[in-house]
Every structure is written in structure tokens, then in C-alpha cells.
Design a protein around this ligand. Structure first.
Ligand code: MN
Ligand code: MN
Length: 319
């Protein structure tokens, strides 16, 4: 491990590598104390926030998600993540590239602004880990990833399908994956929804593993099925924090009872170490409804787990 000490490592660290020993309670709040920069040279993964909640149907507040997830991530930035047991930043250069700017007063321009922001990062050669924001942001993010990778396998953790039909292309966090299918951004045959607890009469060809099926199959069985459906397609991981039970993630806009525990979601992820992920977002964290940062901490932890998967793949699977 590259030892880093001192405060404000977001702008004082001399290396992109290694976890640091910065006090949890102070300092500049980049995601996991990574360097806060728009310079993406030599960067493997760029973390970026999209502070949008204009597409939310019920409780708003996800615009505060990126700040809350960064703050919670300070609790995870001091040592090897459990149970991985290695420092993902020894091999993986990760920076916090700041937030996407868009004009909230011109909602018709927002999707294009998010897509431009994402394309610039991907064209610089970095993978993206995006902090939402409500779930609408996944559509322009998928559009940018599709331009680079072609049709994607979507691995969606969510209480909701987000493939409901509407009367047109609205700013709506419940329809974006229907658009993604219609536009060929995702391949339904390689896509899977996990933790669903709402009814949608049409699955649009996506494999659905609802919360009861996850409970019955367990973490290992669920992970095996996800990996089987995805196969060797480039996979985009979209984690709507409302896939978790409201007891584990109260701070979200459309909570649904009977969801996954944080431990179950993490255990499933650990079974996905061989899935060829190309990008991730974690969305729908609404800090005004959160309690003691538990939802933001869950989101930050899931994002760190995903970085550990990517780091492990880069390490040639050792350890
Ligand atoms: Mn969703
Ligand atoms: Mn949802």
C-alpha cells in the first residue's frame, strides 16, 4: 500500500495510487479521497456526480446525492475494504472529476448535457463511476457508453423496472430503460433486473430476478444467474439504492418495503467478479430523507465494491 498521510488529500496527495490515512471527520470531500481533478491522463476510472432530481416522481432530493455519497465515502477511505483485503488503488488510478453541469431551467437540454459530459470522459480513455442523481441520468450515460462499446448488458438493481411506457420522451426516472431498449443502447437478452418489487406487465425481454427470487436463490445463486445472462457482453451496472429495503436505505425517493439487505447486495456483487463491467452508476440517494447517512454509506460501499471488482480484474485475479 502506498502510504499517504495528512489532510485534504483530494488536492495534496502526490500520487493517484494507494488509500490514505486522512481523518474521517475533516478535509476536502472528494470520493474516497481521490484526487479532485479534470485531468484524466493515466486515469482508469473517473468518478463524477450528476446532481439531478428533476425527473423524480415522488420525494425529491437526489440532487444532493453526489455530495452525500462523497461525504459518506470518507468513512471508507482509510484502509483495505472488507472483505476484499486489498487496496484497489494500488493498481487502479481513480480520480474524482467533479460534477456534470447542466441548466436546470432548461430541462430539454439536460439529457444532452449529461451525454456530452460522459462522452468527454470516455473519449479520454477513462471508465466512469457516476453518482446520481435520480435514475433518469442512466439514459444519457448509456447513450455515451453505447457510442464507445456498442449494445450493453444492463445489470440493474432496483425495486422498479423503469421500463414503463409513457406518452413521449419525458424527463422521467421510470421510463428511461424502455427508451434504452427502443434505441438499441441495451440488449435485453443480456440484461437483468435484480430486487424488483413492483409489477410491470411487460418485461421487454429482460430477465427479472425479483426480491423474492433473490431471497430464494441466495447471493451465490443470484450472482450465477446474473453472470449467465450477461455472458461476455460489455456490462453496465446501474444500482438504484431503492433496491435495498427501506430499513437499509430510507434516504431515497420511492422506497418499497421488502427489499434486499445491504449485506445481500454486497454478497451478490462479490459473485460478479468475472462480469466484464465497463461502467457503473449509483442513483436515487436522497439525503433529506436519510438517517445518520446510512443510505449514502450503503451507496458509497457498493461503489467501492464495484471498484474492487474492476481492480481485481486488472490484477489478473490475484488475490
Ligand atoms: Mn430506478
Ligand atoms: Mn427504483
Amino acid at each position: 500500500m502506498v502510504k499517504k498521510t495528512g489532510s485534504d488529500q483530494a488536492f495534496t496527495a502526490t500520487t493517484l495510487h494507494g488509500m490514505g490515512g486522512e481523518p474521517t471527520y475533516g478535509g476536502a470531500l472528494s470520493f474516497l479521497r481521490r484526487r479532485y481533478t479534470r485531468d484524466l491522463s493515466g486515469v482508469d476510472v473517473a468518478v463524477t456526480g450528476v446532481p439531478l432530481d428533476l425527473a423524480t416522481t415522488n420525494r425529491p432530493g437526489a440532487r444532493f446525492g453526489p455530495q452525500a455519497i462523497r461525504r459518506a465515502s470518507a468513512m471508507l477511505s482509510w484502509g483495505k475494504p472488507w472483505p476484499w483485503g486489498f487496496d484497489p488503488f494500488e493498481r487502479l488510478a481513480v480520480v474524482d472529476a467533479g460534477d456534470c453541469w447542466f441548466d436546470f431551467g432548461r430541462p430539454e437540454t439536460i439529457a444532452a448535457a449529461i451525454e456530452r459530459h460522459a462522452r468527454a470522459i470516455l473519449e479520454a480513455g477513462s471508465a466512469m463511476l457516476t453518482l446520481g442523481g435520480d435514475h433518469f441520468i442512466s439514459e444519457p450515460l448509456l447513450r455515451a457508453h453505447h457510442a464507445r462499446y456498442g449494445p450493453l448488458a444492463l445489470v440493474q438493481f432496483d425495486a422498479h423496472s423503469d421500463t414503463w411506457a409513457d406518452e413521449g420522451r419525458r424527463l422521467d426516472h421510470g421510463t428511461q430503460f424502455l427508451y434504452a431498449i427502443e434505441d438499441g443502447l441495451i440488449d435485453p437478452a443480456g440484461s437483468v433486473q435484480v430486487g424488483i418489487r413492483t409489477h410491470n406487465d411487460a418485461d421487454h425481454g429482460i430477465t427479472v430476478l425479483d426480491a423474492a427470487q433473490v431471497e430464494a436463490a441466495g447471493a451465490a445463486g443470484t450472482a450465477r444467474e446474473i453472470a449467465r445472462v450477461v455472458g461476455d457482453r460489455p456490462a453496465y451496472f446501474s444500482f438504484d439504492v431503492d433496491c435495498l429495503d427501506p430499513g437499509f436505505a430510507p434516504g431515497t425517493g420511492t422506497p418499497v418495503a421488502g427489499g434486499l439487505s445491504t449485506a445481500m447486495a454486497r454478497a451478490i456483487l462479490r459473485g460478479l467478479v468475472d462480469v466484464p463491467f465497463v461502467g457503473m452508476d449509483v442513483v436515487e440517494v436522497s439525503p433529506p430523507y436519510d438517517v445518520a447517512d446510512v443510505t449514502a454509506l450503503a451507496a458509497a460501499t457498493i461503489a467501492l465494491d464495484w471498484l474492487c471488482i474492476v481492480a481485481r480484474q486488472r490484477r489478473g485475479r490475484s488475490p
